[in-house]
Design a protein around this ligand. Structure first.
Ligand SMILES: [Zn+2]
Length: 355
């Protein structure tokens, strides 16, 4: 498993890495400039090279991710804000490439009611411009993708569904430098119930038939202060929210998820993830892995899901109110229908899209 954390090193890169080492994180995520200000931080090439060396000197931290500035809105109708957003994303990506980061995680922004179809083209153009104009990755280091983060679904936010994210990637001709970061809290708030093995498998089928599993680069692992479908972005410490360890376990234990970087963005005591949050996350993954015990390979998960489906559905029905039980039955029913469709469909459909 690979439990990461969003860390702060007083705005400095190497101290951020050390803060990650201190709490036992095996991946880290950082802001490369103040997240609520436009002013970019300037890093000399030596500073970025020093970061790459520091990471090599701290092999316990396997990957670094950068989180793009929150002010960015690539879906804005305001031309000035849009241009500032493209410039900011380009600058964030330049720094991330210089750090040899594994991705820049991005909230795309909000169309504020104009509609997704109205803004898809301008967002695709923004991605292409940033990917072309950012300072190239230094020789010998893997390229750094832009990772589109799913949104909680409030007020016209773009990326509220996997289909929207897939449409954005398609609009860029399926550019390989675009990927996906799933935030567990946002997903829950947008109404996706993955809190059972059946629910998680249904989600993974959706990932496979939309964005593609190979584009899923990391997850943001957070509990939620908001109920399922509440459409708001409010992170809680693991075990202190409405999802709970039992609700997160099926997702983070899934064979295609458990080895991905799972980056905590939890509040901790107010200063972000602590060592004990990393430990709590490890326990949730271990619990989740046990749910899939006996599964030899990801492809055989479906068989196990079929076997445990009845048990899980019964458990959910017994422990929750009648309304929730209906939902679980619905999920189970949809999964059953989807299953035959997606198993045969997903690969050819993806190929067709690319050609
Ligand atoms: Zn997030």
């Amino acid at each position: 498993m690979n439990i990461g954390a969003h860390v702060r090193g007083g705005g400095k890169l190497v101290p951020s890495l050390e803060a990650g080492v201190e709490i036992g994180a095996t991946s880290i995520q950082v802001f490369v400039q103040s997240p609520r200000m436009w002013k970019p931080s300037q890093y000399a090439p030596e500073v970025l090279a020093a970061y790459r060396e520091a990471q090599a000197a701290h092999p316990s931290v396997r990957q670094t991710f950068c989180h793009a500035t929150y002010l960015i809105n690539l879906a804005s109708a305001d031309r000035e804000l849009y241009e500032k957003s493209v410039a900011c994303l380009t600058s964030n990506l330049s720094v991330a490439r210089g750090m040899a980061a594994s991705g820049v995680v991005l909230h795309v922004g909000s169309h504020k009611g104009a509609g997704f179809d109205e803004v898809i083209k301008q967002i695709a153009e923004a991605f292409e411009r940033a990917l072309e104009d950012a300072t190239p990755t230094p020789d010998g280091w893997p390229d750094c993708p832009i990772l589109i983060e799913n949104a909680a679904g409030a007020g016209g936010t773009v990326g509220r569904s996997l289909e929207e994210i897939a449409a954005l990637i398609d609009a860029c001709g399926g550019d390989e430098r675009l990927g996906l970061c799933i935030d567990t809290q946002h997903l829950w708030a947008s109404g996706v119930d993955y809190s059972s093995v059946v629910g998680t498998q249904s989600l993974m089928d959706d990932v496979a038939s939309s964005v593609g599993v190979e584009r899923l680069a990391c997850l943001h692992l957070n509990d939620s202060k908001i109920e399922l479908g509440g459409n708001r972005d409010r992170h809680a410490n693991i075990g202190e929210g409405t999802i709970g360890p039992q609700g997160l376990a099926p997702l983070v234990g899934h064979p295609l998820i458990r080895e991905l970087p799972l980056l905590l963005e939890v509040p901790g005591d107010g200063d972000g993830p602590r060592a004990r949050d990393v430990i709590a996350a490890r326990q949730v993954v271990a619990t989740g892995v046990a749910l899939y015990e006996g599964v030899a390979s990801p492809t055989s998960v479906r068989k196990v899901v079929r076997a445990v489906k009845v048990t899980t559905a019964t458990k959910v029905a017994a422990t929750t109110k009648a309304t929730k039980a209906t939902k679980a039955t619905k999920v189970a029913a949809t999964t059953k229908v989807n299953k035959s469709a997606t198993t045969t469909k997903s690969t050819p459909a993806k190929k067709a899209k690319k050609s």
